[in-house]
Ligand binder design. Structure first.
Ligand SMILES: Cc1cc2nc3c(=O)[nH]c(=O)nc-3n(C[C@H](O)[C@H](O)[C@H](O)COP(=O)(O)O)c2cc1C
Length: 333
């Protein structure tokens, strides 16, 4: 398969490893790129020298193209300039529609990916010059910008914009990739599945919960994990924090059980408080189960730890089989 998207990005397999704050570092991104797909590294919320260092770390591991992910609800301007200075191939912008950011990135020579949750936003991004629209459905893990499911959002977006649309949310294997292509997507943007890659940097307890969760064990929360990042809806595994909050009447921030309670520490020693937006990293101590265990509804398809390149190859090959009319997985017939 060589889609227009592959030509635009110089890749062989139209699969993106989604940016996952904390979880998707240089090793994951480089492995995905070296496998012929496209990796996206989150470098938002960091000082410029760390942005440059993150780019250098990937370049030490691959000579392939990749993108840097920036969060538009935090200060991003200096990081964007650092990406332009470094001559990075692409930039992925999320959590907000900022036509001036798209225009600046384009003027700086970057390929621009804009994550959106509705057709109106996709059209605004295209009008501002975005090269690729990432249509993120409500099934997605982590912070979720929109309210529409991937199945409904992708074809509506494909009909409404003239640039390639990449499907995000709930896609975790080749069947999902093939389905996204049948809806008109030119690529897939996969997060939760890569949490179970050897290169992902997550705490072993978090990984264990991902590997054991059913499709019904994630929940979308308006503002449950709002500490450090307020007003940002998200999807995570249901856990003891969420259950206690529901049992107490699902109270709004300021009135929840055990607010400000320190439930662990980060690898560097900083505290993690209950309701904090925090991806549990290796070396986190304390009650990891009670932290924000981001995951999408496709988590039920994530049952083993594999290398990131192996995941790319498996998804791609399975999608090819499906699109050629074969079964994605051995079935009863
Ligand atoms: C642990 C985790 C962290 C995430 N962090 C980011 C981020 O920093 N930037 C971003 O644009 N999206 C982030 N996302 C959302 C992903 O980019 C993507 O939209 C989502 O994972 C796709 O759905 P899926 O998890 O069902 O594959 C995150 C998702 C997860 C699971």
């Amino acid at each position: 398969m060589r889609s227009d998207l592959c030509s635009l990005l110089g890749i062989e397999k139209p699969i993106f490893s989604a940016p996952m704050g904390g979880a998707a570092g240089p090793d994951l991104v480089a492995s995905v790129c070296n496998a012929g797909a496209y990796g996206v590294i989150p470098l938002w919320g960091k000082p410029v020298d760390q942005v440059a260092a993150g780019i250098d770390q990937i370049r030490a591991l691959t000579d392939r193209r990749f993108a840097v992910n920036l969060n538009l609800s935090f200060a991003y301007e200096d990081a964007l300039e650092a990406c332009i200075q470094a001559g990075v191939h692409g930039v992925s912008l999320f959590w907000g529609m900022e036509p001036s950011a798209i225009a600046r990135a384009k003027a700086g020579g970057l390929v621009v990916m804009s994550s959106v949750g509705s057709v109106a936003e996709g059209q605004a991004a295209e009008a501002a010059g975005a090269d690729i629209i990432i249509a993120q459905g409500w099934e997605a893990g982590g912070h979720v910008w929109g309210q529409v499911s991937t199945m409904a959002l992708v074809p509506a977006m494909v009909d409404a914009v003239g640039v390639p649309v990449v499907a995000a949310g709930g896609i975790a294997d080749g069947r999902g990739m093939a389905a996204a292509f049948m809806l008109g997507a030119s690529g897939v943007w996969i997060g939760t599945r890569f949490l179970a890659s050897r290169e992902a940097t997550i705490h072993p307890d978090y990984l264990t919960h991902v590997l054991g969760a059913s499709e019904a064990q994630t929940e979308w929360y308006h503002d449950l994990y709002d500490v450090a990042w307020p007003n940002a809806p998200h999807r995570a595994l249901s856990n003891s924090t969420a259950r206690a909050w529901r049992d107490a009447g699902a109270a709004p921030p300021g009135q929840r059980p055990n607010e400000h309670e320190i439930i662990g520490t980060r690898p560097g020693g900083d505290p993690v408080v209950r309701y904090q937006s925090y991806t549990p990293l290796p070396g986190t101590t304390g009650d990891v189960e009670a932290m924000s265990l981001w995951a999408g509804q496709g988590v039920a398809l994530v049952r083993e730890v594999q290398g990131a390149a192996e995941i790319v190859d498996e998804i791609f090959d399975e999608a090819m089989t499906c699109l050629a009319g074969g079964p994605g997985k051995p079935g009863p017939n």
